[in-house]
Ligand binder design. Structure first.
Ligand code: FAD
Length: 402
């Protein structure tokens, strides 16, 4: 027997789930969100480094208590310690408290009449003509069956339901991320994030330090192999630059979580089942940031349903390709390129980049739409210089994944 009938059922009260719920509810849909945990934002698995422009363009103005810091630049360090600094003349990034941010989105959605069922996990879905019937299991025991016109899967990187719907195959790749909050780190500029490259500590990705306030910072890394917690401890102890800053630090919290890294899944929908956010791997392969791109994707999905519910899936996919497709192709290739060059060559690239004044590139302004950076690099003749130095590696940049 059916317990309820709604327009939109959303799986997951992470940022993408609640943002999707809010967007849909504002357009008049009857929305219900199911979340397996007891509350939103739990556990907090990311440092919340998000572009101010990205949030504003989506109409989101988080209150002050959520914003822990504002950042206007990034300092990159090569494996041998060379530095490239990219700086804007104004803050471009908010460092947000992810727990409070997720809670805030949930509060916003609730104000527009979205209903939430916590402690409740969706494990079964059945396609029934033009409807979906989902079965929700309460962790206290008991279950309910809910019928919906559309189901939006915002379940995060596990993609359990998307796999059931046949949308995810084994080609999805992840890096193992770890995010920690520490205190007593020395010599940190409060307006700059730091990024450290090098295979020893973060093979296949990078390590970061993000200033949170006068006392605390968010530190983390991701890697395609090895235990990220061990790597983080090694990074703190043995990295030639970081070990000096981190001599007296105390780790206040630490959590590991995977990041889907090789770009979006091929198809975002099956009938009226749509996937958004980490579940669809809509995460930037270069940086691992997925909040703004997940929100943009969610908005496209809801607008497609609103405009044209008969062909909404096709419309979602087509609009997504138009808005984000090329950017993701570029970022995926950039990640691939970075992952095959050995550390010595990265050191060399830093040297060349410094000489041709790459630091004038508005990098931090274009973190959401990174194709703009590619255009800038072409203008600066940077890519041809790299091509000359490392023809084999550079060609791989242009070779698309088969
Ligand atoms: C170490 C690390 C650092 C990161 N740093 C950044 C950063 O600085 N900036 C940035 O933009 N992004 C960052 N990210 C990525 C960002 O955290 C994700 O892109 C974002 O959380 C995706 O949101 P989501 O709503 O798609 O998924 P999630 O946040 O994973 O939310 C999914 C929710 O669905 C629930 N759920 C799952 N299955 C079910 C089910 N069957 N039934 C009910 N509920 C279910 C889960 O419990 C969870 O609450 C980072 C990620 C990691 C791991």
């Amino acid at each position: 027997m059916l317990n309820e009938t709604i327009d939109l059922l959303i799986v997951g009260a992470g940022p993408c789930g609640s943002f999707t719920a809010l967007t849909a509810s504002k357009l008049g849909f009857k929305v219900k969100v199911y979340e397996e945990h007891l509350k939103p934002g739990d556990p907090e698995h990311c440092p919340g480094y998000i572009s101010i422009n990205g949030l504003k363009s989506l109409g989101l103005n988080p209150p002050k208590k959520i914003i822990e810091n504002e950042v206007k630049g990034i300092k990159f360090y090569s494996p041998n310690g060379l530095n490239l600094t990219f700086e804007s003349n104004k803050p471009e990034i908010y460092v947000i408290n992810r727990k409070l941010f997720d809670e805030w989105l949930y509060e916003q959605a609730k104000k527009t009449n979205v209903t939430y069922a916590f402690n409740s996990i969706i494990r079964e879905i059945k396609f029934n003509k033009d409807k979906i019937v989902a079965k929700a299991f309460s962790k206290n025991g008991g279950s309910e069956r809910v019928q919906c016109r559309f189901l939006i899967d915002a379940e995060g990187c596990s993609g359990f339901l998307a796999k059931k719907a046949g949308l995810i195959n084994n080609k999805r790749r992840f890096v193992n991320g770890v995010h920690a909050i520490i205190e007593n780190i020395k010599d940190l500029d409060g307006e700059f994030a730091e990024v450290y490259l090098g295979r020893k500590f973060s093979p296949g990705f990078f390590a970061w330090i993000i200033p949170k306030n006068d006392r605390e910072a968010k530190i983390g890394l991701a890697a395609e192999k090895n235990n990220p917690i061990h790597l983080l401890k090694l990074f703190l102890k043995k990295h030639p630059l970081v070990s000096k800053k981190a001599r007296n630090i105390k780790i206040l919290s630490l959590i590991a979580h995977p990041i889907p890294i090789n770009g979006p899944i091929k198809k975002f929908f099956y009938k009226n089942f749509f996937v958004v956010g980490d579940a669809a791997s809509q995460v930037k392969p270069t940086t691992g940031g997925g909040i703004i791109t997940g929100f943009i994707s969610s908005k496209i999905a809801i607008q497609a349903i609103y405009k044209n519910s008969d062909n909404a899936g096709e419309e979602y996919q087509a609009e997504w390709n138009k808005k984000l497709g090329l950017n993701f192709i570029f970022m995926r290739q950039a990640r691939r390129f970075l992952n095959i060059i050995p550390d010595e060559k990265i050191n060399k690239i830093f040297e060349i980049a410094k000489k041709i004044d790459i630091e004038s590139m508005p990098l931090i302004t274009h973190l959401d739409f990174q194709l703009n950076l590619f255009k800038f690099l072409l203008k600066k003749d940077f890519l041809t210089k790299i091509l000359r130095f490392f023809p084999f590696f550079s060609l791989s940049f242009f070779k698309l994944y088969s």
